[in-house]
Design a protein around this ligand. Structure first.
Ligand code: DGT
Length: 210
């Protein structure tokens, strides 16, 4: 008699649609690696006005990151779906940094972060039918080595345009790891999505089973 193979219980309630409102490849990979089923609908939010307004009113970077994550999630319309929006800001000694426009900007940015500790303010928000249901901010601190100018040139030659897609001009899962002396905080938050808090939030909302 063939052994009855029982189908393992699912981790996700298929009755609920899950959407990632992000064009970020690493965020999509993190959710895929966690075994979640979701669709991707990139938001078209212009981040600059929100960043400028936040700066002008003296808002903290984590506040601006939350506002941006919320705006991205709310900008995607998908009836009854649980929509995940995320944003990451980088601050160092009161200055805010964005994804560099080109390799020269990446060089300049890395020189100002060299030997310093910077914070990644990584916000994630879940919305449904225009309402914010859940939000979280993780703020890992990363300290860069006082790497040499020659190292920096070698890094930029090795990494190339890949470093332009991340707010710190590095990928810690790639050559960017060599820039650092120390990292404190959630690894997935450094990558752009605080995954453990998000999975717990999705369980609280009934999207995932406990
Ligand atoms: N692969 C990788 N990406 C990183 C790392 N650190 C930060 N990032 C990425 C994650 C995000 O895609 C990006 C932060 O920029 P944003 O939060 O504005 O998101 P992005 O514009 O990429 O996509 P979105 O606005 O969500 O459509 O930096 C890292 O170490 N490795």
């Amino acid at each position: 008699m063939s052994d009855l193979v029982l189908k393992p219980p699912p981790i996700q309630d298929s009755r609920h649609k899950l959407v990632l409102a992000s064009g970020s490849a690493i965020r999509r990979t993190l959710l895929e690696n966690a075994g979640l089923t979701f669709s991707v609908l990139s938001s078209s939010v212009d981040e600059e006005p929100l960043k400028r307004a936040g700066r002008a009113e003296g808002a903290a970077p984590q506040t601006v990151a939350l506002r941006l994550a919320e705006a991205k999630a709310l900008s995607v319309s998908c009836a009854d779906a649980f929509v995940i929006g995320a944003d990451q800001m980088l601050s160092c000694k009161g200055d805010w940094y964005d994804k560099p426009a080109d390799l020269n900007a990446a060089r300049k940015q890395l020189l100002s972060l060299r030997g310093q500790t910077h914070t990644l303010h990584t916000a994630v928000v879940v919305c449904r039918n225009g309402q914010v249901l859940w939000q979280h901010v993780s703020e890992p601190n990363l300290t860069m080595r006082t790497f040499s100018d020659a190292f920096l040139e070698a890094y930029l030659a090795e990494e190339g345009e890949e470093c332009l897609y991340s707010v710190g001009a590095y990928r810690i899962e790639g050559p960017g790891l060599h820039l650092f002396a120390r990292m404190e905080g959630d690894q997935t938050a450094i990558l752009g999505l605080p995954l453990l808090p998000l999975l717990e939030g999705l369980r609280e909302m009934g999207v995932l089973f406990s």
